[in-house]
Structures are given as C-alpha cells and as structure tokens.
Design a protein around this ligand. Structure first.
Ligand SMILES: [Zn+2]
Ligand SMILES: [Zn+2]
Ligand SMILES: [Zn+2]
Ligand SMILES: [Zn+2]
Length: 263
C-alpha cells in the first residue's frame, strides 16, 4: 500500500487545521493548486486542496483560508476536554459546519414535558396527539404517517405494549434518554455502518464512574432495553451507547443529533 501523506498543513498547524483521522484522508493523486504537478499531499484541515510542497501550500493559503474549515477541533484540552475553536474570524450567523446527523432523537436536556417523538417539537396537552398505533405523543397526522418515531420505536412500543411512563402523554428526561439509547441500538442491525461510526465516539466510561449522574438512571435504561424492549444486548454495550449519547450529542432547541467530525 502506498503511503498517504497529509502533513502539509503543519506549517501553521496551530491555527489553521482541523485534525481528521487518516481514515478520512483521500488516497487519490490530484494536481497541486499552484503548479498543477500531480501530488498525493493535501491540506489536512479539509482534505480537499492538494499541494506538491509546503511552499506551494503556504503561497496558496491567502486564497485557501476562505475555503478551508473555519473551525478546528481540539481533542484534549486540559481544562475543557474536547472542543471547537475558531480558526479564522467568524461573522455573526456564519455557518461553520454542515453535516447530516447520524441519528436524531428528542433533546433530553430540555424541560420535562410533552415531546413529539416524530419531529421532537415541544407540545402541550392540547396540541399533543397520541400515535394511533402505540399511543405515544406526536404533533399530528404528519408525524403519525412517517417520522423518526414510526421508523424507530413505534412498532416495538405497540408490540410490547410499552406505555409512556409519565402517563398523560408526558415524557420525562429519563424516558427520552431511554428512547435515544434505543434508537442508537437499533442501528446495530439496521445501519451497521452508522453504528460503527457512533462507536468511535468517546463514551466517557472512566469519567462517568467517578461522578454520579444526577440526571439519568443507567440501571433503568438497561432495564428498559433488556426487559421492556427485550433486546438481547449486553449491559456494557448499553452503558457505552448511553455514554456516547450523554457526551457527544449536539443540542438544538428540540432535538439532539450526532456529528462525527471529531472521530
Ligand atoms: Zn505545486
Ligand atoms: Zn484546507
Ligand atoms: Zn411531530
Ligand atoms: Zn407510535
């Protein structure tokens, strides 16, 4: 196998690069942006601009910095752990990242209340409509026909007569977290490729052992998956899925999703 070379961004690695794993590096030969010579070396930040040498990369940076990633991922910051920092001046409202989430699930960190399991919208007792199959809360016909709920847990809830633990169409943090973990574990058979990508994320097992989780009860998640849903999945793997959800999901107001730019 030919050696791939992604080192050229090192000339200014502190500010301009987003570390991406060698797995995502391109293997093809392309033309240098400056002199058109064929090369395998590229900007490690974005893997899209190829250069024959560091000098040509440097020379092209004035142009390329506008196309290159505006953010950089710091994996092991001593105070904050993993975080993103700006690698250039950002303007208000500038889009810095666009990626289809591996998985979307209701936000477990918003207030307890009623959430549409289809589109993750917050609902009230008057706007919530029970799913015609399983009785869990939805926002209306559209989410009842086809949504994240119908393609994930709906059939399981119906077949196993699993009801909303809060009654009255409510969902608690805990319940939404259980549904999130269930959606993750359903990927094992349905979307093994996506599951593998999720598994690359840190589940923070050591850290979680040291600090008690005041928000979620892992045992009850394990109970939900193994007994209520009857999935034959080892406790340790459920723990891993929960940790990945807890430590990596990106919040928007209503739902959370995973991106794996840091893997
Ligand atoms: Zn060149
Ligand atoms: Zn770049
Ligand atoms: Zn909905
Ligand atoms: Zn349903």
């Amino acid at each position: 196998m030919e050696k791939r070379n992604g080192n050229f961004a090192d000339f200014d690695a502190e500010d301009k690069t987003i570390p991406r794993g060698p797995e995502s590096w391109p293997s093809e030969i392309q033309q240098c942006k400056v002199c058109d010579n064929p090369t395998r070396s590229f900007c490690k930040s974005c893997s899209s601009a190829f250069y024959c040498c560091k000098d040509h990369q440097k020379a092209h940076w004035k142009i390329h910095k506008n196309e290159c990633f505006p953010i950089r991922v710091v994996v092991n910051d001593p105070s904050f752990g993993r975080l993103m920092v700006a690698s250039q001046d950002l303007t208000q409202g500038q889009r810095i990242l666009e990626e289809v989430p591996i998985l979307i699930t209701p936000n477990t960190r918003s207030e307890n209340g009623i959430t549409c399991l289809g589109c993750c919208k917050k609902l009230t007792l008057t706007t919530a409509v029970p799913c015609i199959r399983c009785g869990w809360p939805l926002c209306g016909v559209q989410c009842d026909m086809e949504s994240l709920h119908t393609t994930n847990e709906c059939i399981i809830f119906k077949e196993r007569a699993i009801q909303s633990s809060m009654g009255n169409l409510g969902n608690s943090y805990q319940t939404l977290c259980e549904i999130g973990v269930l959606r993750m574990l359903l990927l094992i058979e349905r979307e093994p490729r996506l599951w593998k990508r999720l598994l690359k994320l840190d589940s923070f097992k050591q850290t979680r052992k040291q600090v008690a989780d005041k928000m979620f009860n892992l045992n009850s998640i394990i109970c939900f998956i193994r007994q209520e849903v009857s999935m034959d999945i080892e406790e340790d793997l459920i723990d891993t899925a929960f940790g990945i959800l807890r430590g990596n999901a990106f919040d928007t107001s209503d739902y959370i999703g995973f991106i794996d730019c840091c893997s």
